[in-house]
Design a protein around this ligand. Sequence first.
Ligand code: NAD
Ligand code: ZN
Ligand code: ZN
Length: 341
Amino acid sequence: MKAVRFFGHKDVRVVNDIERPVPKGDEVLLKIGGAGVCHSDLHIIDEGTVVGTVFTLGHENAGWIEEVGENVEGYKKGDAVLVYGPWGCGHCKPCQQSKENYCDHQSEQAYGGGLGLDGGMADYMLVPSSRLLVPIYDLDPVIAAPLTDAALTPYSAIKRSLPKLMADEYVVVIGVGGLGHVALQILREISGAEIIACDVTENKLAFAKELGAAYVINSKDADAAEQIQKITGIKKAKVVLDFVGATSTIDLGTKVVSLDGDLTIVGLGGGHYQYSMNGLPFGVSMTNPYWGSRTELMEVVGLARQKKIHIEIEKHRLDDANEVYDRMRQGKIKGRAVLVP
Ligand code: NAD
Ligand code: ZN
Ligand code: ZN
């Protein structure tokens, strides 16, 4: 079968000679409908966040059950499912609570398809257990694939700050890409706060307005923080969601977050933050959440089935993976690119 393989630093190749896996025991074989292209792939490809193994990329996956191992019950061929991405041990307390994104054993094992183990940018994908599948019923797997990360990750980040996102407060979203464009819609649907969106290109800012941002600011502007403070007034923004995570965006976040606010850094842009007593308003919680839980993914499917969130999608062939990654490097993708076998 065909697969998009990561061979090491900046070396991604589409190959045709991968053997189709056969599921055994608890395993499930999926026929892939779509595999989303996440910016985290670029951190793997360009910066080496996963090293030492050759594997198939793609950690945002959806498809149809093709074949199940002898222990699997409750699924039949053709059922449409999402693949929950962070694969934990399945036994520790966080895993038992469905929070496999915070599995106790994350530091000692490869923990996901497309993240060291074979992922979904291929004709078929092996999932280690049906525990990691979430049914999507009538949703199309091509369109639904990014729900597993581009929607789940901002959903989980927003949910933890929900008590602070009341109608008299402001929330700042930095980066209106794959994750950010879904974050805006989730905020619009489940929170009351007024949304201020930041990006570095005018078309992304226009897109943010369509998705519910009341205000948009170009964060390239040297006075971006002052522009935001002009909107919020002295109270500043109760929650800042940074989907870039560069030093410049973290710095912007610290300048606009309010007393007792949340500064949530989702982006893995390699930024630095130096704590100092006067550098942050009192009471701020700074967090670096990772993905979301399995049951939160079920809630995200609910939002999509009720048409409360819509993922803007570009469809591409597996053969075009390298071109798509290049366009992502240049910030040219609107919403999410999905590779369709
Ligand atoms: P993307 O490439 O689709 O979008 C990034 C957006 O940020 C683009 O619109 C770009 O124009 C904008 N941007 C770049 N620099 C900016 C700046 N200085 N100010 C404002 N906007 C800026 O990326 P994505 O797939 O949405 O991922 C975003 C980040 O989140 C990546 O670093 C990715 O690795 C990370 N991520 C983290 C998790 C997690 O669980 N923590 C999960 C998925 C992705
Ligand atoms: Zn991702
Ligand atoms: Zn675990």
